[in-house]
Write a protein that binds this ligand. Structure first.
Ligand SMILES: O=P(O)(O)OC[C@H]1O[C@H](O)[C@H](O)[C@@H](O)[C@@H]1O
Length: 538
């Protein structure tokens, strides 16, 4: 039985114990605070000193983790227990990047040999692709990879490609997600069909957007070549038979498993389009970084365990102190898709209102997660962060080695980030008094997490991604919710499916369509042309 957080005696203790002070004052009063509230993993430095947490709250939070059984949940996650209860399966993304000599059993079978067998097939294919041995229908080597996928079958590849590719690679990556054909049409203009590999990436191999785009790409290539060209298609999925039915040749089908959540799938063969561009070596560096964070999460003592402490702080800020969001602010243009990637991880995983055994929760769980490259955000929504009435956790991610920037640009990113962090925390009283002066008041005390690292490379990106996966897992464990399902996305898809024939002008609205939907479709000209509306419009 999963109990609600509010049943926890330590949580009740925390609710009754408010010794919070302005974080700026805490910092000023305690010279040892920064050192005590800074956590390290190799060259990663996570500074939590600007959250208004005191030592006694900290001690209670650590007890809360014990009381909520977080250590046991961590072991269950890594050992392949069925932690995704509503779908009756484990969540073994950690197996995707574990050591080859590890062994993790699911239904009595060790999954690691199959993971490595698939990664080796992928490595051989990536090598052949990059060395020009995979050729298109007219014999030329392939130079373009088009990833057709959406959600977890797109976000990781796009985000990591932007972060890690330098533009000199032998292959170019293009991504197509949307269903209206515009992205595909734009890609047509940038590729040569005879030089292009299409990766159809879909765990289920049944997603409307992906399958629609894949069929269009197939037909287009067939028209260009004058024959079907299955050898220029790759499939990545847990649904082998659907890949076969689509026409993907057996040697071009790459497998993932039901126990890999889409949003956790980057280190699997889902990463093939990324590896094709950046190479297997760097892809494995990303996996190695993830593994390093996995090992830290599994073995570091609670008081130094970065994902554990970030998860505890997140729950404390959201459920007790009323934070309503998590804003992700990377100070590196290559990380511009990181907020969107973490948004799916955070909001699909934590957007739940019932505990793992279906009991309603009576406390806030996951919040909104959003963000932007920090330096750009400074010139748009930072006003709200500094003087708005809302409270969100602001997470700054800043590389400190800039590597060969022209002198004029040197140091500006770091100074900008640190300046904003300090201003958000310390605030400033206005000069003078009266209503005029109030416009210049900065309250400060905004909760800030500052993550510094040496440089953005594959290893560090891997560590940052796994850090957030585990932070989310800790929050879910404390709240008693399942971070591995996403039932909330199904209803909208089902209703949309019923409306597609109407939107195409092929059928009247189904009985399920409500009055507002019918009216919208009528207004769009999809049905009822020439019929006079009776005022209700239905
Ligand atoms: O990989 P697929 O099966 O095509 O799914 C793609 C995406 O679609 C769904 O709607 C889910 O919300 C996502 O979690 C998933 O990543």
């Amino acid at each position: 039985m999963t109990t609600a957080l509010t049943h926890s005696p330590v949580w009740q203790e925390l609710l009754g114990h408010d010794d919070t002070e302005h974080a700026g004052a805490l910092l000023g009063a305690d010279p040892g605070r920064v050192e005590r509230y800074c956590l390290h993993h190799e060259d990663l430095r996570v500074d939590l000193s600007r959250h208004p947490v005191t030592d006694s709250t900290w001690e209670r939070l650590l007890r809360l983790a014990e009381e909520r059984g977080v250590p046991g949940r961590i072991e269950a996650l890594f050992s392949g227990a069925s932690v995704n209860e509503s779908e009756g399966r484990p969540a073994l993304h950690t197996a995707l990047r574990s050591r080859p000599d590890a062994s993790i059993h699911v239904d009595g079978e060790d999954v690691i040999p199959a993971v490595y067998e698939e990664l080796q097939r992928m490595a051989a294919f990536v090598e052949a692709l990059r060395s020009g041995d995979v050729r298109g229908y007219d014999g030329r080597p392939l130079r373009h990879v088009v990833n057709i996928g959406i959600g977890g079958s797109e976000a990781g590849v796009t985000m990591a490609h932007q972060a890690l590719a330098d533009g000199d690679e032998p292959l170019r990556l293009h991504t197509v997600s949307g269903v209206d054909g515009r992205e595909l049409a734009a890609v047509w203009g940038r590729i040569d069909p005879a030089e292009t590999l299409f990766c159809v990436a879909s765990k289920s191999f049944s997603t409307l957007e992906t399958l629609t785009n894949a069929r269009t790409a197939w037909a287009w290539l067939e028209a260009e070549a004058g024959r079907p060209v299955p050898e220029q298609f790759v499939g990545i999925s847990a649904n082998e038979s659907a890949m076969a039915d689509f026409g993907i040749p057996a040697e071009r089908r790459f497998r993932i498993w039901e126990w890999v959540g889409g949003r956790y799938s980057l280190p699997s063969t889902m990463g093939l389009p990324l590896a094709a561009v950046i190479g297997m070596e760097r892809f494995n560096e990303l996996r190695r970084g993830m593994r390093a964070m996995d090992e830290h999460f599994r073995s570091a003592p609670a008081a130094q365990n970065i994902p554990l402490l970030l998860g505890l702080l997140g729950v404390w800020q959201i459920s007790l102190r009323g934070a309503t969001g998590h804003v992700v602010l990377p100070y590196h243009p290559g990380l511009r898709r990181l907020p969107a990637y973490l948004q799916q991880l955070d909001m699909e995983s934590l957007g739940k209102s019932v505990t793992r055994d279906g009991q309603p929760v009576d406390y806030p769980t996951g919040t909104s997660c959003w963000g932007e490259v920090g330096i750009n955000g400074q010139h748009s929504f930072f006003q709200w962060l500094h003087q708005g009435t809302g409270r969100v956790i602001a997470e700054f991610l800043v590389p400190v080695e800039e590597g060969g920037l022209p002198e004029r640009h040197a140091g500006l990113n770091l100074a900008s980030a640190l300046g904003q962090v300090q201003a958000l925390c310390q605030g400033q009283a206005p000069q003078g008094s009266g209503p005029e002066a109030e416009h210049h008041r900065y309250e400060g005390g905004r909760p800030v997490t500052l993550i510094l690292f040496r440089r953005l490379d594959a290893y560090t990106l891997g560590r940052l991604l796994a850090l957030h996966e585990h932070r989310v897992f800790v929050q879910a464990s404390l709240w008693g919710i399942n971070p591995f399902d996403q039932w909330g996305v199904e209803l909208g898809k089902r209703v949309a499916k019923g409306l597609a024939p109407v939107a195409r002008g092929e059928a009247p609205p189904p009985a399920e369509a409500d009055a507002a939907t019918r009216q919208a479709l009528r207004w769009a000209g999809c049905w009822g042309a020439g019929e006079s509306s009776d005022g209700t419009g239905v």
